[in-house]
Write a protein that binds this ligand. Structure first.
Ligand code: FES
Length: 347
């Protein structure tokens, strides 16, 4: 069968060996399914973000996208209810002379259900007004049995100073109060699978990391991030947040789109035991990659050293130490001053 409208996908015997596979006809991706002795072909590009459906898996009669799990009927191309308006182009198939042929032109158009744009896709523009400082505490603790946190207490010293003395608008985010998914690792499947807004943010309205995205991308001029040192690293909650921020950095790589511009980050790092410099280095590298700028001396740290196991004395030390509180205030002084110079510059 030689016809420019049909593509020879190969010998039927070979194609039957896979329930689902991706077939390329030139630049076009087709998802070819084989079930109950019959072939069916639909577009291999997912309606969501273009994931390669032919590399997904079958769930009954549905093809499940390998990127974020949207599914489509292998024959009709429709998504399951209530999203059935989402429909993939279908391609006719024919068997001839032991080969399978796929129609190059689809028999229907792709249709999308009307998903309203996510609020985080709005244009980023700074509203006029005083400098805005968002403080993020990453200290994990049991909400029902709160305890004294040295990093959070210094963060509050900085924030109070920013609000009362420097007349900044301020916001405190305690990560432990937010209910949010850990990263799904979509980037590890394919860099394009890590989307802005994050797939979990789009899919789960209850995911509360939106508060952090709003603060970092839209609201704040300065962010202060405070972490305790846990086994030589920032806290587990810090990393849970950081992994979900991959989608911000990924926009630069994939779409040359910078979400963070002219913003300043500074850090407060405390631990009963040591490793302040390593934690600071890691945080600066990460927030630098997101697009943040740094003031001179962008972090303050406190640790009483490796042998300090007497945590009650550490707490008492931080509570009564005026020098540490003064350092926290000076940190936010420097951060706000850097922010003001950045904002004065023309973009
Ligand atoms: S579910 Fe297919 S690209 Fe997201």
């Amino acid at each position: 069968m030689r016809d420019k409208n049909w593509f020879d996908a190969g010998p039927i015997g070979e194609l039957k060996s896979k329930k689902l596979q991706q077939i390329m006809t030139g630049e076009t991706r087709i998802a070819l399914a084989y079930k109950n002795g019959e072939f069916s072909a639909v577009s291999g590009e997912c309606n969501h973000e273009g994931g390669p459906l032919g590399r997904g898996r079958m769930d009954g009669d549905n093809i499940v996208c390998p990127w974020h799990g949207w599914s489509f009927h292998r024959k009709t191309g429709h998504a399951p209810a209530p999203n059935e308006i989402d429909c993939l182009p279908r391609h006719e198939v024919r068997e001839k002379s032991g080969h399978l042929f796929i129609a190059i032109k689809p028999s229907n158009k792709r249709t999308h259900s009307l998903h309203p744009p996510h609020p985080l896709t709005r244009t980023i523009s700074r509203k006029a007004g005083p400098i805005r400082v968002a403080a993020i505490s990453t200290s994990p603790m049991d909400k029902n049995y709160p305890r004294y946190s040295t990093s959070e207490s210094l963060l509050l010293s900085a924030l109070t100073h920013a609000r009362l003395t420097l007349k900044a608008e301020t916001k405190l985010i305690k990560l432990r109060d937010l209910n949010f998914h850990h990263c799904g690792g979509f980037y590890s499947i394919d860099e394009r699978a890590c989307t802005w807004p994050c797939t979990f943010t789009q899919a789960d309205k209850k995911d509360q990391l939106t508060e952090v995205y709003e603060a970092l991308v839209f609201w704040a001029d300065v962010i202060l991030v405070a972490t305790p040192i846990r086994w030589g690293n920032a806290s587990s909650l810090y990393y849970k947040m950081a992994e979900r921020l991959n989608c911000i950095q990924n926009q630069v790589l994939l779409h040359d789109k910078t979400l963070i511009r002219n913003k300043v980050a500074a850090f407060i790092i405390t631990g009963g035991q040591d490793n302040v410099q390593a934690v600071a280095g890691n945080m600066m590298m990460f927030f630098g990659e997101l697009g943040f700028m740094f003031p001179q001396k962008p972090f303050i740290g406190h640790s009483r050293g490796w042998a300090a196991e007497d945590m009650d004395n550490n707490i008492a030390y931080v509570q009564s130490n005026e020098r540490l509180k003064q350092e926290a205030r000076e940190l936010v002084d420097r951060a706000i001053s850097t922010s003001k110079s950045l904002l004065k510059k023309k973009p």
